[in-house]
Design a binder for this molecule. Structure first.
Ligand code: ZN
Ligand code: ZN
Length: 241
């Protein structure tokens, strides 16, 4: 049903101009739900970032640096980046995208990720794009995996395949929102399993998630992917809390 709504929305968009999700005026970006003015006000994360996790430094860095969090516990992924700060219209859009079936916003959200990907990664090296998986009961509740929707669109744009099956979430995990970094790591530990390691071995994988907080989930996915022979694991998300 949600997919039908999505298709219906796409059809309407082709006929009628869209209202900007930010200011409510008609969007002047073709096929997008954010106008240029609102899009250009988004706080992007493109400089003075931890070279591993993409954590923004307060102030400016004169050379490459690794943040305190990564120094204490090196993440299992090779590099993670988020396109924007989790504030303002980005936060509102991500909330609607995840909890209110606003799948038609995917093009706008993928615009942000694609910008960060091309600017900050050697994306030509990527073999396959993978979403962070949902556990099956959560998937049934929501009927879609928001990260899969983003991964599929991003993969299409960079002409790679999307693999939503090889990595699976094998147990339910509590929502991480109220946990600190140590609790998050413990909560997510052992939550993922590779079910088709022949699709993983020797490959460079781009993991996709909607929002990154401490990176514990992405790091746990990367641990399992590397255990099964992944050559490199990169991670990208729309926004960082
Ligand atoms: Zn606007
Ligand atoms: Zn870091």
């Amino acid at each position: 049903m949600k997919l039908l709504n999505y298709a219906g929305q796409m059809l309407c968009d082709a006929v009628y101009p869209r209202e900007c999700c930010g200011c409510g005026r008609l969007s002047d970006r073709t096929g997008r739900h954010l106008c240029w003015s609102c899009f250009s006000q988004i706080e992007l994360l493109h400089s003075d970032l931890c070279e591993l996790c993409g954590n923004p430094l307060t102030g400016s860095a004169t050379s490459a640096f690794v943040c305190g969090y990564c120094r204490k516990r090196k993440p299992a992924y090779d590099c993670a980046r988020s396109a924007a700060k989790f504030t303002g219209v980005v936060r509102e859009m991500l909330h609607a995208f995840k909890y209110k079936d606003a799948l038609w916003q995917s093009a706008d959200l993928v615009d942000l990720m694609q910008g960060a990907l091309t600017a900050q990664f050697d994306y030509q090296a990527i073999d396959v794009v993978m979403p962070v998986p949902l556990f099956k009961t959560r998937f049934r509740e929501r009927s879609y995996n928001q990260s899969y929707v983003l991964a599929r669109e991003l993969a299409r744009r960079i002409e790679r395949g999307v693999d939503g099956r090889s990595l699976q979430r094998i147990r339910h995990t509590d929502t991480q929102t109220h946990y600190n970094a140590t609790q998050r790591k413990k909560n997510i530990s052992g939550a993922f399993a590779v079910v088709r390691s022949e699709w993983i071995r020797g490959r460079t994988i781009l993991l996709v998630d909607d929002v990154m907080t401490t990176g514990a989930t992405l790091s746990e996915c990367a641990t399992e992917l590397k255990r099964c022979g992944a050559l490199r694991v990169y991670a990208i998300s729309v926004a960082r809390r």
